[in-house]
Design a protein around this ligand. Sequence first.
Ligand SMILES: Nc1ncnc2c1ncn2[C@@H]1O[C@H](COP(=O)(O)OP(=O)(O)O)[C@@H](O)[C@H]1O
Ligand SMILES: [Mg+2]
Length: 158
Amino acid sequence: MEALLLRSNSEEETIALGVEFAERLRVGDVVALYGDLGAGKTEFIKGICAYFQVEDLVTSPTFTIINQYSGVAVDGSSLKIYHVDLYRIETAEELAGVGFDDMVFSHDAIKLIEWSEKAEHLLPTAHYSVRIMADDENDSHRTIEITAPMTDKQGHVS
Ligand SMILES: Nc1ncnc2c1ncn2[C@@H]1O[C@H](COP(=O)(O)OP(=O)(O)O)[C@@H](O)[C@H]1O
Ligand SMILES: [Mg+2]
């Protein structure tokens, strides 16, 4: 596993890091995001969505649990993105109730999951992890740790 440690000094920088990160994403990929409330998970996702030209409003789907956006892939084709926020999920039944299992294994979308720790056992083995940590000294500083899944020689997620 390769781990990448990044720093952000502002909301804008976190969005820009999301844009940069998105370049490596392919349809079917899962990105598990971790970090406390207000860490910046949604800001990072705004960057990913901006890269894919999503025009819908990108906000944490706290009550709806799963938002669906439409974007544009690099080759110009349309691309589906699921933005999931599991903050309010408390039981396996609730996860099943929102159709998490089918959604997370769907091959026709990129899946971005806030509070992934609530569904750790249901995540496909190959997924990206993005961990965002606040800084005690400065309110607008963040450390972002990205772990990539193993890839084969062609760079495909295995
Ligand atoms: N470096 C930074 N990166 C991201 N957000 C930041 C940063 N500095 C301050 N913020 C603020 O922190 C909040 C992050 O909110 P949000 O992305 O919704 O958090 P989460 O989705 O992790 O709960 C926003 O209000 C944003 O303005
Ligand atoms: Mg959020």
